[in-house]
Design a protein around this ligand. Structure first.
Ligand code: COI
Length: 354
């Protein structure tokens, strides 16, 4: 793939790496590539970061034809930058795209685009502990058309944002509210995709959770409102006795997280029992009441491994692990971030360094 590069003539001042927060600053350049039906993906380019030119009738603005990915570039002490399982994000954007009738994006093009942009922006990879360069690849249907039809024109765009922890709590446990009024996904819907609409539909519940003093909602299944689903910005895992239990992906309502998969592989490799299965909120509540629910944590690219210290379900509040980060959570966090930062052996061959 030919990628033309136009460098900015007005580089921005870098933000204070100590005060990054999540997704608030953007680098000097962005990647753009167009898709035109009949021609395919064309005109790959890296250009100065700038507003998009969009026709007000662009389909993405009206019918939400948009999908995205979340990835990170990690700084290493050796001066190398590392991507983590980028081919998995490439595969997932295509699974999302297929569901929304968007064109296939060759996976090697996706990875090359990410790698080339990150390489141009190496100086924007923050170097403090627990910071990284968050990568947001996304595809929009930009054809001007108010009829509800599959689009003929798209743009694949990548922007980069030097970021710290997703939750202001950092590695301190977050409080999660079990949502039993609104639903996120149903079988046959778009739950397994990373489409903007999934997140739009979740806002009301997130607002409710915030008003109640919780960071996020834990979704239940959309039909019976009985089985644990995911948190929205992360997948969820529990340690019940000494086993890791997490909802399975069978019914297509849960996002197949790259971090989720990595954590399960690490845990299995350590010999920890892992069970991917349906888990009802009642089973979870019983485990909490009887003291068998030892830990809970979320997994996600942005959230990394995020301990959950409190769950509220209806009027009952369960404090998990005394509200402290647990043994499995800490061990998994250290191992995963150790691999991502190039500090621990990458025996699974997950990192791409350059
Ligand atoms: C990620 O973890 O990268 C995500 O995309 C979740 C999010 C909506 C911040």
């Amino acid at each position: 793939m030919q990628i033309s590069i136009t460098k900015t003539t007005a580089p921005k001042a870098k933000p204070d790496w100590n005060k990054l927060g999540f997704g608030k600053y953007y680098t000097d350049h962005m990647f753009i590539m167009d898709y035109v039906a009949g021609e395919g993906w064309i005109d790959a380019r890296i250009v100065p970061y700038q507003p998009l030119q969009l026709d007000p009738a662009a389909i993405c603005l009206h019918y939400g034809i948009e999908i995205f990915e979340g990835m990170k570039a990690y700084p290493g002490k050796d001066g190398k930058v590392r991507l983590f399982r980028p081919a998995d994000n490439a595969a997932r954007i295509n699974r999302s795209g297929a569901r929304l009738c968007m064109p296939h994006l060759p996976e090697e093009m996706f990875v090359e685009a990410v790698k080339t942009l990150v390489d141009v922006e190496r100086e924007w990879v923050p170097t403090l502990p627990d910071t990284s360069l968050y990568i947001r690849p996304f595809i929009i249907a930009n054809e001007a058309q108010l009829g509800v039809h599959v689009a003929n024109r798209y743009q694949f765009i990548i922007i980069l944002s030097p970021s710290g922890a997703y939750y202001p709590e950092g590695l301190n446990p977050v409080k999660i509210y079990v949502e039993d009024e609104y639903v996120r996904a149903v079988r046959g819907g778009t739950g397994f995709t990373k489409c903007g609409g999934n997140y739009a539909a979740a806002m009301i519940a997130q607002q409710k959770a915030h008003e109640l003093g919780y960071s996020q909602v834990l979704w239940l299944d959309g039909v019976e409102r009985k089985y644990i689903n995911e948190v929205g910005a992360m997948n969820i895992m529990f340690r019940i006795d000494d086993e890791i239990v997490t909802p399975d992906l069978e019914d297509g309502t849960i996002l197949p997280g790259v971090t989720r998969d990595s954590v399960l592989k690490i845990a299995k490799d350590w010999g920890i029992a892992v069970s991917e299965r349906r888990i009802s909120v009642e089973e979870l509540a019983d485990a909490a009441r009887s003291g068998r629910l030892k830990e809970a944590w979320g997994t996600g690219t942005a959230a990394v491994v995020s301990p959950v210290g409190e769950l509220r379900y209806e009027d009952e509040v369960f404090v998990i692990g005394g509200g402290q980060i647990g043994e499995y959570t800490q061990r998994i966090y250290d191992e995963l971030t150790g691999i991502q930062w190039g500090k621990r052996e990458d025996k699974f061959g997950w990192t791409m360094e350059f």
